[in-house]
Write a protein that binds this ligand. Structure first.
Ligand code: KIV
Ligand code: NA
Length: 274
């Protein structure tokens, strides 16, 4: 059985902290499940870490469905949350159509979308239609061109706004809210004011849970290490050295060997060559 929103809510009410990690394909989803992580985010961060764009803006609903389906095939128990990409929820009609596709075609249990009070009516509409919504406040990557890639809500006025946004999302029916790149004390205060879980990333230890990007956690991204992450492994080095060994072995003839190949009776071959 796949982890449900009710399961996450129960964990939250028991005071258990909730880990979440992004995954974008079948193999990584299998590994997340084997690690016992209950929630997978098919994030539109895939635009950067999978597709190589410099922002999440070019990602499409079809991209999100493609990756969600691969993730769903890779795991049976984690809940899968899929991002609504940039400009796919600008109207309630668009939001309904696209969110419905992420659930019906992608197999997601919930969608996630960015923004506060301006999107609250949309959140309400989706929730009324039976589509669970996770909010996302603070640094919202789809607005990078407006807000810059930096810690948000550092001033009192902006912090007050963020709290209002969080309360509005909760009132609209969001079941959880991602808090990205905001001061830790603010995230702790928001978490205390809400009756739904907060999932932090770059928001300190006071949230109800944490989400991190696969490539950051595993050191697959050699470009830079954001302060808000921790490299639990440095797989980029591991992979590069493995690949280099492989290439060297091919060049030297050390791989493949007979052990890696099918044999053939010389008499059978001789007859074929005749
Ligand atoms: O797309 C993503 O990976 C996200 C997380 C960083 C929260 O939205
Ligand atoms: Na995202």
């Amino acid at each position: 059985m796949r982890t449900s929103i009710a399961d996450i809510r129960a964990a939250y009410l028991r005071g258990e902290r909730i880990p979440m990690i992004t995954a974008y394909d079948y193999t990584s989803a299998q590994l997340v499940e084997q690690a016992g992580v209950p929630m997978i985010l098919v994030g539109d961060s895939l635009g950067m870490v999978v597709q190589g764009h410099d922002s999440t803006l070019p990602v499409t609903v079809d991209d999100m469905i493609y990756h969600s389906r691969a993730v769903i095939r890779g795991c049976a128990t984690p809940m899968v949350v899929t991002d609504l990409p940039f400009l796919t929820y600008a109207t309630e009609t668009d939001a309904l159509r696209h969110a419905a596709r992420l659930l019906a075609e992608g197999g997601a249990t919930s969608v996630k979308l960015e923004g506060g009070r301006p999107v609250a009516p949309t959140v309400r509409r989706l929730v009324q239609a039976g589509i669970p919504v996770m909010g996302h406040l603070g640094f919202t990557p789809q607005s990078v061109n407006q807000i810059g890639m930096r810690v948000q809500a550092k001033e009192s006025a902006a912090a007050r706004e963020l709290i209002e946004d969080a309360l509005a999302l909760q009132a609209a029916g969001a079941w959880a809210i991602v808090l990205e790149l905001i001061p830790a004390p603010l995230a702790t205060a928001v978490t205390a004011q809400l009756d739904i879980p907060t999932i932090g990333i770059g928001a300190g230890p006071g949230c109800s849970g944490e989400v991190q990007v696969w490539h950051d956690l595993l050191g697959l991204f050699s470009d830079f290490v954001p302060r808000h992450t921790r490299r639990y492994r440095t797989l980029a080095e591991e992979i590069t050295s493995g690949l280099r060994e492989y290439a060297d072995d091919v060049r030297s003839g050390a791989f493949p060997t007979e052990k890696n190949s099918a044999a053939m009776d010389p008499a059978v071959l001789a007859e074929a060559l005749y």
